[in-house]
Design a protein around this ligand. Structure first.
Ligand code: DGP
Ligand code: NA
Ligand code: NA
Length: 210
């Protein structure tokens, strides 16, 4: 049972941050690192564009379809809900999940449009709670400088500024804020330490929560 005893559960580790904060490359580095140590680990990301709901989201993000702000909010949430039971099974059978974006993106991006916080949080209630949230902290201006944004809907400086403000009020005890402007290897080392600590706590019996 690669690297961990069969009774212990995996950890739910989430990476959050603005677009171009480095989440995607740091997630892959974490995956390789943990695999190298013999852990059972998978890399997930939301939105998961491979499902039917995910394809509607993808079409919205690439401006091929238009949806009311509430409607797209609920689709993003539904996209997490449709993976919930698989997520629970993986964690309970000892697989650690590194997840690129989760409910905090859901709330930050929609409240940045002006939807109420409480309304935004409601559909996330009952999803599994992350054991650790790694927030890659970067100023929107710095993120925008990183080779510019792509063509997707939210990749605009003015909007990312609002998202950054919305993220600021979301952090809770599970968050670790990491300066995303450090050299990439320094960030990598910090994330490795935080994740190992978290995995150990889960192996020692930290309960999985909603
Ligand atoms: P990504 O595949 O990580 O680049 O995400 C695509 C875009 O969608 C990105 O701008 C962040 C945004 N996003 C991710 N999750 C959610 C969510 O749950 N709700 C909203 N409104 N936007 C999200
Ligand atoms: Na993006
Ligand atoms: Na990303």
């Amino acid at each position: 049972v690669s690297g961990c005893n069969s009774e212990s559960r995996g950890a739910l580790v989430v990476l959050e941050g603005l677009d171009r904060s480095g989440k995607t490359s740091q997630s892959s580095r974490l995956l390789k690192y943990l695999e190298g140590l013999g852990h059972s680990v998978e890399l997930w990301r939301f939105p998961d564009r491979s499902t039917n709901v995910g394809q509607m989201i993808s079409s919205y993000l690439s401006n091929k379809s238009q949806l009311d702000d509430h409607t797209i909010h609920l689709l993003f949430s539904a996209n997490r809900w449709e993976k919930r039971s698989l997520m629970e099974t993986k964690l309970k059978t000892g697989t650690t999940l590194i997840v690129d974006r989760y409910s905090y993106s859901g709330v930050a991006f929609s409240s940045a449009k002006g939807l109420g916080d409480e309304w935004c949080k409601a559909p996330e209630i009952g999803l599994l709670a992350p054991d650790l949230v790694l927030y890659l902290d970067i100023q929107p201006e710095k993120a925008a400088e990183r080779g510019g944004y792509g063509d997707e809907k939210y990749e605009q400086l003015e909007f990312q500024r609002k998202v950054a403000q919305c993220y600021q009020v979301l952090h809770d005890a599970s968050w670790k804020i990491v300066d995303a402007c450090q050299p990439i290897e320094d960030i990598e080392k910090q994330l490795q330490e935080l994740v190992l600590e978290c995995i150990m706590a889960c192996q020692k019996g930290k309960p999985l929560a909603n």
